[in-house]
Design a protein around this ligand. Structure first.
Ligand SMILES: Nc1nc2c(c(=O)[nH]1)N[C@H]1C(S)=C(S)[C@@H](COP(=O)(O)O)O[C@H]1N2
Ligand SMILES: [Mo]
Length: 193
């Protein structure tokens, strides 16, 4: 004891802990073949780039244990993610100084927007394993983004690429009225009226 952090709440306001792992997404689960899988980086970068699966995995490795908070009200605790750290992808992307936001692109044209400073936190990764198992297709396999400190909809499943931008542009749920940032501790669920 004597640790000041023990008094910090573990669960953000308005959330309820779930034991299972709900599956939540718009549209259908895509079938993705690793041989034809590609990851594209474009926008405000020194040079647009495309990675195949092995090249992407070679960028780095990170293991993170983190809670997941869905805006619909459930929280799943202690998810053990393994994957490629965002910071390694950032370094490979060589974004230009004007880049401040990222539009994350996923299967079927689904997108979400995230400020670059949020993605650059130490625990943000592109995950291909969860709780010691390969990430299943329904949970975003072969590869999903994980941004633990924002609501789950910023953790894009079936990621296909990143577009670096100077100005923030709304993604799929953000166009439908969800918050541009999505901090569960501030209950940034919906765009301010
Ligand atoms: N491509 C894509 N990623 C997505 C979504 C989506 O609709 N499409 N939904 C998000 C939402 S709202 C949440 S809460 C999490 C849920 O992840 P899970 O289904 O693995 O629990 O995925 C996020 N990633
Ligand atoms: Mo969600």
């Amino acid at each position: 004891m004597g640790d000041t952090e023990t008094n910090e709440p573990r669960i953000p306001p308005g959330q309820t802990v779930t034991k299972g792992w709900p599956v939540l997404h718009a549209g259908w689960v895509p079938t993705i073949d690793l041989h034809s899988w590609r990851f594209h980086i474009d926008g405000l970068v020194e040079k647009p780039q495309t990675f195949h699966w092995e090249a992407f995995l070679r960028l780095g490795y990170l293991q993170v244990t983190a809670d997941m908070h869905c805006v619909t009200g459930w929280s799943r605790l202690d998810n053990r993610w393994e994957g490629v750290p965002f910071q390694a992808v950032y370094a490979a992307a060589a974004p230009l100084p004007q880049a401040q936001y990222v539009l994350v692109r996923a299967a079927h044209g689904w997108t979400c927007n995230v400020p670059l400073r949020d993605l650059l936190q130490d625990d943000v990764l592109f995950a291909y394993r969860h709780d010691g198992q390969p990430l299943s297709a329904e949970h975003g396999g072969p590869l999903r983004l994980v941004v633990p400190h924002l609501y789950g909809w910023k953790s894009a499943k079936w990621v296909e690429g990143l577009t670096f931008l100077e100005k923030d542009v709304p993604g799929y749920w953000e166009q439908a009225g969800y918050h541009m940032h999505g901090d569960p501790w501030k209950e940034e669920r919906f765009a301010p009226m």
